[in-house]
Ligand binder design. Structure first.
Ligand SMILES: [Zn+2]
Length: 552
């Protein structure tokens, strides 16, 4: 029998099970949380956590931590890495930090902050093997990734021809081949339009993609329908068209409408909530309230925020057209690449200076508006679209702002004149409770991802547990938990990694009609530079494979 481990006496915040600060013991056996044993049963070991606060391990549902574009980002900013290093210890490898940490450092930094699960949001099927290789070097986390479909040539052909069965078979085959978790859409149709005609203007949802004759609206609707037919645990995951452009909130609202009642998750929604004239940056302002009203009325829609932190970071995205736009604005060095038949990417250094730039200040405020205006935190996850809005390890700065309106007001007082009439942030009095923080940082993302054994502390859940020392300094409290437990093992203590614990890799196998395969193979052999048989990632290549059932 595996040893019985008891964490005693802490205040437990487990919103999925209705526990809001009550003092409870947590029992662990075999890496899982178990029901309290019958009277007289003694634990093999006990951790005395009286006076501490317990939450499930954090879950980051949208970040960029693996694959070629992350590697490109690491190489692009040597100046941010030179002095930011993690030294090797008896328990750990060395690593570099900066806004795009190395693989091992990524795992350690999440763990030090109390996070135990993270999903990379944009991997092309063709480059899935690289992402899995990096995952195998990323300790302390369970992980998975989303596969890019929104500009895939085969997908657009099937949508145009209304071949739904073949579309489902392809999505299913691709997710199994890449060992991916769900269908990701980035700038649907817009990336392909840009590749073909160097489009610079706003992408219209009903404007057909050249050569393919399908509209962005159809891509969203049909892939949302496919993900529901396949019963994927997490819905289609959408990065809308026109990211970052003033006036894009209408595109975002119309994209939400195009779901036609299907489930859909809207990523880094802060970057898609802008009012104003696309040709006049001075008109830039928040449209958060309008979008929040829509989300409130449509339970099939979930969001993550994509907040921004002041300072230098790196934009990395499958949205190469946006990256090109940023390059024209900033003149910064820029990397871009095409991924045959499937997608593109762009990587470019950026700096957020909300104290100097009114636009950056409005972006900062819009993110806080999303967190604070969403009445139902269960449909809103904390993200910075790491590293796009700032590094993941800066989440505690945002938690502090959400829990303290005076801190928000003091911060706003230092930001440029004009912010107050462009956002409604100054009028919001809400302060997050610990329970609401537990929802947006772990319980909600786990539920949105369809991970039934994550984000809560009920019997059967993974024993991923974070124990915080209560502190008036909220940022400090969330930056350095007292203990972080991963799968029942004490992984970090006071910010020091105690043990390298390698986690599982989540993916789906929705299943498909094998009669569809010859058609996919024929098309593949005609268009790709590699052969069909070399494409799929074999399960033995994946670090601790865990197939999550398709029963949503
Ligand atoms: Zn992203």
């Amino acid at each position: 029998m595996a040893d019985l481990f008891k964490i005693s006496g802490a205040r437990v915040y487990d919103p999925a099970n209705g526990v809001d600060g009550q003092v409870q013991d947590i029992w662990i056996q075999g890496g899982k949380i178990v029901s309290p044993p019958s009277d007289g049963c003694r634990p093999d070991r006990t951790l005395d956590a009286r006076g501490y606060v317990i939450m499930p391990g954090g879950v980051d549902m949208h970040c960029h931590i693996a694959g070629p574009k992350v590697n490109t980002g690491r190489k692009m900013i040597p100046e941010m890495k030179r002095d930011a290093v993690i030294r090797r210890t008896a328990h750990t490898h060395s690593g570099t930090i900066g806004s795009v940490p190395s693989t091992f450092a990524t795992g350690y930094l999440y763990s030090q902050m109390g996070y135990t699960t993270a999903f990379d949001a944009a991997i092309p099927g063709l480059l899935a093997r690289h992402a899995h290789e990096e995952f195998a070097d990323t300790p302390q986390l369970d992980k998975g990734f989303y596969v890019l479909f929104g500009n895939n040539h085969y997908v657009m052909d099937r949508i145009r021809e209304a071949e739904h069965e073949q579309l489902d078979a392809y999505c299913s085959w691709m997710l199994e081949a890449a060992k991916g978790y769900t269908i990701k859409i980035v700038n649907p149709g817009g990336v392909e339009s840009w590749k073909q005609i160097s489009r610079m203007s706003m992408q219209q949802l009903d404007e057909p993609v050249p050569h393919f004759g399908v509209t962005p609206r159809a891509v969203v609707r049909e892939l949302a329908a496919a993900s529901d037919r396949l019963k994927l645990p997490h819905s289609v995951h959408i990065h809308c068209n026109n990211l970052g452009i003033p006036g894009n909130w209408e595109t975002t609202k119309h994209t939400m409408e195009s779901l036609d009642g299907h489930r859909g998750h809207f990523a880094h929604v802060q970057f898609h909530s802008y009012a104003g004239d696309p040709n006049d940056p001075r008109s830039f302002r928040s449209a958060t309230s309008d979008l929040v009203d829509y989300v409130h009325a449509h339970p099939e829609v979930t969001v993550d925020v994509g907040h921004v932190n002041p300072g230098q970071t790196l934009s990395m995205t499958g949205d190469a057209p946006f990256s090109s736009h940023l390059h024209r604005l900033t003149k910064n060095k820029w990397f871009t690449a095409d991924c045959e038949q499937e997608s593109s990417c762009g990587v470019i250094p950026i700096e957020y200076r909300p104290e100097k730039s009114l636009i950056h200040a409005v972006q900062w405020a819009i993110a806080l508006e999303w967190y604070l205006l969403m009445e139902d935190p269960w449909r809103c996850a904390m993200t910075s679209d790491h590293p796009n809005g700032g590094a993941f390890y800066r989440y505690p700065e945002i938690i502090a702002l959400l829990m303290d309106r005076e801190l928000r007001r003091d911060t706003m007082a230092r930001l440029p004149h004009g912010l107050e009439e462009r956002t409604v942030l100054k009028d919001i009095d809400r302060e997050y409770t610990l329970s609401e923080v537990a929802i947006i940082t772990r319980a909600a993302p786990a539920r949105i991802l369809g991970l039934k054994h994550k984000g809560h502390l009920g019997a059967g859940a993974d024993a991923d547990i974070t124990i915080y020392a209560p502190d008036k300094d909220i940022r400090r409290m969330f930056e350095r938990p007292r203990w972080v437990i991963k799968g029942g093992v004490v992984a970090a203590e006071d910010g020091d990694i105690q043990k390298e614990v390698f986690g599982e890799t989540f993916f789906v196998e929705p299943g498909f009609d094998q009669n569809s395969l010859p058609g996919i193979k024929d098309w593949f052999e005609e268009h790709y530079t590699i052969s069909f048989s070399n494409y799929p990632v074999d399960t033995h290549y994946v670090d601790q494979p865990h197939v999550v059932p398709c029963d949503s």
